[in-house]
Design a binder for this molecule. Sequence first.
Ligand code: ATP
Length: 376
Amino acid sequence: AGARNPASAGGAVTLTGLGKEYGDFTAVHPLDLTIPEGSFFALLGASGCGKTTTLRMIAGLEDPSGGTVRIGDQDVTGLPPYKRPVNTVFQNYALFPHLDIYENVAFGLRRRGVKSVKGQVEEMLELVELGHLARRKPHQLSGGQQQRVAVARALINHPKVLLLDEPLGALDLKLRRQMQLELKRIQTEVGITFVHVTHDQEEAMTMADTIAVMNAGRIEQLGAPTDLYENPRTTFVANFLGQSNLIEAQVAGTSGDDLLLSVGDGRLAMPTARCVPSVRAGDKLLAGVRPEKISIVHADDAAEVPEGRNKITGRIVDASFIGVSTQYVVNSPWCPELAVFAQNVERDGRLVPGAEVVLHWSPAHTFGLDAAQDIE
Ligand code: ATP
């Protein structure tokens, strides 16, 4: 708790019309975004979507083609990186190889002419749990430990905002998972704004309280992880955060708070409130359902499916047991390659490739997207 610095308050980041063009290529379309003070914010997107460029414009490492960057109530757009109340942690750590860990962390203070650095350095080393390794050189540390040194070195300057550019990219999967929790703990402890760039949706969902999903230089959707997962507004977001089945359907009518859809000669229902476009009878839409929301039974047991469930028939083309679940690929006459992640299915040997099955799920777990979009 000692690392929490009241002087670091005021770390909201406000981007207004911020954009970047390289010649006639637009890397970032003018965007408006407010990152609340003290939040753990993730910019998530595939390679080339403009997330790093956005981060670098906040850092001052890239000049925007237009727009402004404010940190707290200060317009920092024209300021060089070192005059902004931010620090950046990069994927390659960039530690000084000839200095020990203690001196790496002390570096920012010494450069600013701070005389007694001991208390602050020890506090930072304690924050990242490396006090016992203070006298080692960077090459004597693991990748995860080096990354923690980089974080301590950035935080010792008491930035209002810490920018993290794929900081865990060089680590293996297990260490990545550990460091995700570690960074989250550190952020909670210091309480400043973290802006984290990643292409890994699981990483963004584990760490961030708010995620901006970027696609082709624009923010496609902004929200809490659960909100983005439960209520994707575009096919891109539906497929980028986890997997979605998107079934082409036509609006047949309404019933109470539900939309009724026709799919081939079958019927589906979904909450009208979960349909993104406003639709009328006859309109096409994409009915979405997550693979883990679907139950699977053999066609011989179709009578066991409870009333009121959405149902679709098909044939198993692939079944893979992966421990926590069995993953099926099912071809339906109405939709190819439906994905089903099923837990606790009876392994009586009947749910195998070639088997006729009924897939069923709750109408409440169905969301509706604009059919005019390209399916990624
Ligand atoms: P990655 O995860 O691969 O770094 P990203 O989403 O962070 O991808 P950016 O680095 O922001 O993407 O780049 C966005 C787009 O701008 C890319 O298409 C990239 O090729 C282009 N770009 C970046 N820097 C330059 C440059 N200096 N000159 C021309 N184009 C550039």
